[in-house]
Design a binder for this molecule. Structure first.
Ligand code: NAD
Length: 377
């Protein structure tokens, strides 16, 4: 019986410094008799050398070998069409495959009879939290957003009582209190800022308060969340009301961090030019939703736009700013998916479609697209 072979690809996007395998987490696969091969120089961005990984028992390979010789291919980005074409029937791609923006991979995978597992579609159930890449990366991104935004501010975050007088703490307003927003609140509090936050899901008020921040109450009528814990989309009237009522809070803030997202849809535009004009010169708006369309008027990926003296900032792939921690978390998430379904006697993964994690995360299997949302695309 052959061992299960996993290969780890290096992101082609050179600005992504993360690695999907890491010395701290590799042993969990190897000790179960799984073979791991990796694309040479995968760890460069996190100061892990090929020889560090080889000394732990993984094997160095070319990208072609990683594609050709693995049962499961770990990737942090969708594979290109030519790469899927090189694969053999029964091989599996397990990755952050950005399914909503890369729909051509579905038909390609079907054509080649290659299975496609999306780590973005891990269900939000307790048993799957250890595999949840969106949460692990959002958490680190929330931290990085505060660090980046505070670097752009001409003042410090904490209150400082000095011989030269008392310096007031910075005011930070976090809009959207999911995983990223909660970490942004916690980080800004640790740095000594006065923090306020708002979310359309009223259930987060307690969490905001438990971090020592103030929950801003804005009555938008019926809002709520889906069974999966995602926010429901607001009506145009509700968005207009939100913009109007939160603009007062933006005006008094030094940093506004927006994280409002709706899974699989464009992010809502919740800060318009009017609000920006009311804000203080030199203040910062950090749009964490920039990659899914943006929450803020004028925000663009990897740009700082100065609008009415306010810095409107969008940085893509924020988790890559703390690439070592992001890689440890990611590789644990990926390994946990494998280990959950690995049968060590048969040395294979058991695709049990009665299991909620399998039925949710496997998008293409045995030449068929399984998720309705991608069938008509
Ligand atoms: P997300 O990244 O999908 O969205 C960010 C936040 O934006 C959400 O809190 C959402 O309510 C909010 N939002 C959307 N539209 C808004 C608007 N117009 N104005 C203000 N805020 C708006 O969120 P997330 O990090 O995925 O977390 C959402 C919830 O799911 C949280 O309660 C989180 O704890 C929960 N969650 C549970 C699991 C699990 O059980 N395994 C995993 C991940 C997240």
């Amino acid at each position: 019986m052959n061992n299960l072979v996993i290969s780890a690809l290096k992101p082609k996007n050179s600005s992504d410094r993360r690695s999907v395998i890491h010395p701290e987490t590799l042993n969990s696969l190897l000790k179960d008799g799984i073979e791991v091969i990796f694309e040479s120089s995968i760890g460069d961005g996190v100061f892990v050398s090929d020889s560090d990984l080889v000394s732990l028992g993984a094997k160095k390979a070319t990208r072609e070998e990683c594609l050709k010789n693995a049962d499961f291919i770990f990737t942090l980005e969708p594979l290109e069409t030519e790469e899927i074409n090189q694969l053999s029937p029964g091989q599996n791609i397990l990755g952050m495959i950005d399914p909503f923006n890369n729909t051509s991979q579905f038909l390609q995978a079907c054509k080649k009879n290659v299975n496609l597992v999306s780590m973005e579609f891990i269900p939000r159930i307790t048993r799957a939290q250890k595999m949840d890449v969106l949460s692990s990366q959002a958490n680190l991104a929330g931290y990085a957003a505060v660090i980046e935004a505070s670097n752009m501010l001409p003042s410090a975050l904490p209150m400082m009582m000095t011989a030269a007088g008392t310096l007031k703490p910075a005011r930070v307003f976090v809009i959207g209190v999911g995983v990223a927003g909660l970490q942004a609140i916690a980080t800004a509090k640790r740095l000594g800022a006065r923090v306020e936050a708002f979310d359309t899901r009223a259930v987060v008020e307690e969490q905001v308060k438990s971090l020592g921040a103030k929950f801003v109450k804005i009555d938008l009528g019926e809002t709520g969340q889906t069974e999966q814990g995602y926010a429901k989309e607001l009506t145009d009237e509700q968005i207009a009301k939100q913009k109007d009522l939160q603009s007062k809070v933006c005006a008094r803030s030094d940093i506004v961090i927006t994280t409002a997202q709706l899974f699989g849809r464009q992010a809502p535009k919740i800060i318009d030019e009017n609000t920006i004009q009311k804000m203080k010169t030199g203040s910062v708006i950090f749009d964490m939703a920039v990659e899914s369309g943006g929450n803020v008027f004028g925000s663009k990926s990897d740009q700082v736009n100065i609008i009415s003296g306010v810095k409107v900032v969008g940085i893509s792939n924020l988790a890559s700013k703390v690439a070592a921690h992001a890689s440890i978390a990611l590789s644990n998430n990926f390994n946990n998916w494998i280990l959950e379904f690995y049968n060590s006697e048969k040395k294979e993964i058991e695709f049990d479609f009665g299991d909620e994690i399998i039925s949710s995360s496997v998008l293409v299997f045995d030449g068929k697209i399984l998720n309705e949302r991608f069938k008509e695309r």
